[in-house]
Design a protein around this ligand. Structure first.
Ligand SMILES: N[C@@H](CCC(=O)N[C@@H](CS)C(=O)NCC(=O)O)C(=O)O
Length: 367
């Protein structure tokens, strides 16, 4: 299997275990069977900054010493180099839906993930110490100093991603729990223990990252996930131990079970209306049924990501795809916005995108 990488050295994943996007990458490496090791990183590496990185963990050092970042771009780049155990469904309709669901995980579920860690005392107590231990490996500070540092930075940034003390309960009751419940109802079926069949896709690793780092990890979130999404917790555990699993085939071409349509409809309940408006107008309110205010600005990263997904829709568009989007009641969030389509990035070389932070927090400074 020639990949252009001498695999005598591992990939170095620069991030932390408590990080949503770091776990997305670690889950992918484990499934692909690529050698990797974790190096605790919260932004203090001169090597990574010298490569042009400006924020957003993780980053990755390849076996031949190249630095790259942005999980979506890195996974799509590695898929070109390591085609075995592919994570993109071959069927063009399922492949577009895979990108749609990955986008939902990366750009939406991250908000209740970080909000629930820093706005609920029990989660904050556990999360801040877990992160402090890792941060104090990289920075010359005491555990307590690291805990105060990371708590200060994250609490200072959650407002920007739309989570506040006034609306966090709405994020949990109107976004997280309905999502975990609907996803669990799909994953509990024997025919598809993963989103698109009996093997995991890019979107499965996106959700795995959020669950392994937050929703199946932080105490309060774990109790909710056990209650409303037991098959989601089981999905997380399978991808934590891929060597113990037997993976099967993708869904048959054109096969879109009703339970998957329900999952897509859940994406269209609050996220797609919000992102379509926010990226077109600069900002929009989530529109929680409870009335909890959640006005959120787009970011340059999000507007670009939305443009890429619309370009993927334009590229994949067919009667079959539009029929599925109609079944889920979400076609208009794509078909009516094709003028916002951007360019699909070419990921031949290790990606170092200029924009990498959907949710920028202030740069990590040692006290
Ligand atoms: N586009 C990036 C997003 C990375 C990202 O936002 N990571 C979070 C931690 S899970 C982070 O570093 N947030 C704080 C920041 O951006 O300053 C990816 O997919 O890797």
């Amino acid at each position: 299997m020639s990949t252009g990488f001498a695999l005598d050295k591992p990939f170095v994943l620069l991030g932390v275990d408590q990080s949503y996007f770091t776990r997305k990458m670690s889950g992918y490496f484990d499934y692909k069977g690529l050698p990797w090791r974790l190096k605790r990183f919260g932004g203090g590496s001169a090597e990574v900054r010298a490569a042009g990185w400006t924020g957003g963990i993780p980053a990755v050092r390849t076996p031949d010493g190249e630095i790259m970042w942005d999980t979506t771009a890195m996974i799509l780049h590695l898929e070109q180099r390591f085609p075995e155990h592919p994570v993109l469904p071959p069927d063009p309709v399922q492949r577009f839906l895979c990108f749609l669901l990955e986008d939902f995980s990366d750009e939406w579920l991250y908000r209740p993930a970080v909000g629930s860690r820093w706005l609920y005392e029990e989660n904050r107590r556990h999360g801040s110490w877990d992160l402090a231990r890792d941060m104090s490996v990289e920075f010359p500070v005491s555990g307590e100093q690291a805990r105060q540092m990371v708590t200060g930075i994250m609490q200072g940034s959650i407002g920007r991603l739309g989570a506040t003390a006034g609306n966090i309960d709405a994020w949990i009751e109107e976004v997280l729990k309905p999502w975990q419940r609907t996803l669990s109802a799909h994953l509990e079926r024997e025919a598809h223990p993963y989103l698109f069949g009996a093997r995991p896709s890019l979107a499965d690793f996106a959700f795995f990252g959020g669950n392994a780092a937050h929703f199946a990890n932080d105490p309060l979130c774990r109790r909710w996930s056990d209650e409303v999404g037991p098959a989601v917790v089981a999905h997380t555990h399978r991808l934590l131990e891929p060597d113990d699993q037997t993976f099967g085939d993708w869904l048959a071409p054109g096969e879109i079970p009703d339970s998957l349509v329900a999952v897509l409809a859940e994406v269209g309940r609050l996220y797609l209306p919000w992102v379509a408006r926010a990226t077109a107008e600069g900002a929009a309110d989530v529109g929680f049924a409870s009335g909890a205010p959640a006005p959120i600005d787009t970011t340059p990263f999000l507007t670009e990501a939305r443009g890429v997904l619309l370009a993927r829709y334009v590229e994949a568009r067919s009667d079959a795809l539009d029929a599925v989007l109609d079944r889920a009641g979400i076609r208009r969030w794509f078909a009516d916005h094709v003028d916002g389509a951007g360019a699909i990035p070419d990921l031949e070389s290790p990606p170092r995108p200029t924009l990498n932070q959907p949710f920028p927090s202030s740069p990590v400074q040692a006290p």
